[in-house]
Design a protein around this ligand. Structure first.
Ligand code: SAH
Ligand code: SF4
Length: 386
């Protein structure tokens, strides 16, 4: 590289420096080109940086030992490897960790790490701040959409969880953060481009190497985006179904008016790569007296006929001001048995991180801060139900 060309580029103040972590390979390459890295060395330099950032997770250019000292200095003058600020980190009694990150002024994002009983674990990432859809049972749905997250902000959620778990470099064995689920705040398929770009970055073998089959995108049913998502990302698909007839689904999920069940199921049948080895997960939140009767189970079985599917039964997680109650345990078990007998796996998802409002549907940033006594009251109600 030529130091002369680089010297012509004005140096940046700390605030102006471009943050590299979270960017795609193409973006990193462009930024290196902008500071004057010679074209013939661009690909090599991009690969070096990509590996340091995503395989080793370095936060200091000085750690890039195969980059010559003068270039390390130049890189540090233009770029930063710093992460955004973690505003709050909470750890649940069950080991679930919730992070609240300030990606930019006013852009606060929640991510939740859920360790599994085995060594693995999933990070639940957000794709938007808030949500435009107002599913009646969901806390995020009460928070107006602030904006879509960029691909960089999605990838940063993973990097920061890895920082916290001490899981760099990528080659480390027995990584706990093994899977990614787009089940945090927002509707990923209203932000498909950024979600797809983020998946490309996290899946890159020379970086974080999170296999595409370990990535699950959950959607409330944005029908026109479902097949394109599969073709572009090869990710696993989860559908937030919650009701198997249009009338009930419309009531609890307004998006069903736009995209009714027949269209949703057609899109699922056409999901690229769908097979018995790559089933679609249908999420079904158990709402007492709303969608949990044997009649509802029969409707669900009928709807899923012919689709390689599994069903995840999610006990409803309460939040401040929610109108629903969770179905009784026996009701959930009976519902699950019926689905099982029809040939579909139907595990009941153990609620995780409820004590820190980190469970499904409880996320809402800048949320009205709940008093500990209110949390305890809700937890007591839940225990009484079980
Ligand atoms: N917007 C996407 C991604 C969010 S995933 C989607 O809706 O699929 C969050 C999952 O938790 C969804 O399946 C959602 O329906 C479910 N959920 C929402 N509120 C819930 C609650 N209070 N209790 C349990 N699950 C809930
Ligand atoms: Fe939005 Fe999903 Fe919550 Fe519905 S369930 S309001 S789509 S985040």
């Amino acid at each position: 590289m030529s130091a002369v060309i680089i010297d012509n580029v004005p140096k940046k103040s700390a605030e102006e420096k471009i943050r590299l972590p979270g960017l795609s390979r193409a973006q990193i390459k462009q930024h290196l080109s902008d500071i004057g890295i010679e074209p013939k060395k661009l690909n090599m330099r991009t690969s070096q940086l990509f590996q340091w950032i995503y395989n080793f997770g370095v936060t200091d250019f000085e750690d890039m030992t195969n980059v010559a000292k003068p270039l390390r200095t130049i890189l540090a003058e233009h770029f930063t490897l710093a992460r955004p600020e973690i505003v709050e980190k909470q750890v649940s009694v069950d080991g679930t960790r919730k992070y609240l990150t300030r990606m930019a002024p006013g852009i606060e994002v929640e991510s939740v790490f859920i360790p599994d009983v085995s060594r693995t674990g999933a990070l639940c990432v957000s794709s938007q701040v808030g949500c435009t859809l107002t599913c009646k049972f969901c806390h995020t749905g009460t928070q107006k959409l602030v904006r879509n997250l960029t691909a960089q902000e999605i990838v940063l959620q993973i990097m920061m969880a890895r920082d916290d778990l001490g899981e760099w470099p990528t080659t480390q064995e027995n990584r706990k953060l093994s899977n990614i689920v787009f089940m945090g705040m927002g509707e990923p398929l209203y932000n498909t481009d950024n979600v797809a770009e983020a998946i490309d970055t996290m899946a890159d073998d020379t970086g974080m190497a999170i296999g595409r089959r370990r990535v699950t995108v959950s959607t409330s049913g944005v029908v026109p985006e479902i097949v394109p998502l599969g073709s572009r990302t090869n990710a696993m698909l989860a559908i937030s179904l919650h009701a198997a007839n249009d009338e009930l689904r419309e009531k609890i999920m307004p998006i069903n008016r736009k995209y009714p069940l027949s269209e949703l199921m057609d899109a699922c049948r056409n999901y690229p790569g769908l097979s018995n080895a790559r089933r679609i997960t249908f999420e079904y939140v158990m709402l007492k007296g709303v969608n949990d009767s044997p009649k509802h189970a029969r409707e669900l079985i009928k709807l899923l006929r012919g689709v390689p599917a599994k069903v995840n039964l999610i006990p409803f997680n309460p939040w401040p001001g929610s109108d629903y109650e969770c179905s009784d345990w026996e009701t959930i078990e009976h519902f699950g048995d019926m689905i099982n007998k029809a040939g579909y796996a139907a595990p009941i998802r153990t609620p995780r991180g409820r004590d820190i409002l980190a469970a499904c549907g409880q996320l809402k940033s800048e949320s009205e801060k709940m008093r500990a006594s209110e949390l305890r009251k809700m937890e007591k109600q839940r225990l009484a139900q079980e």
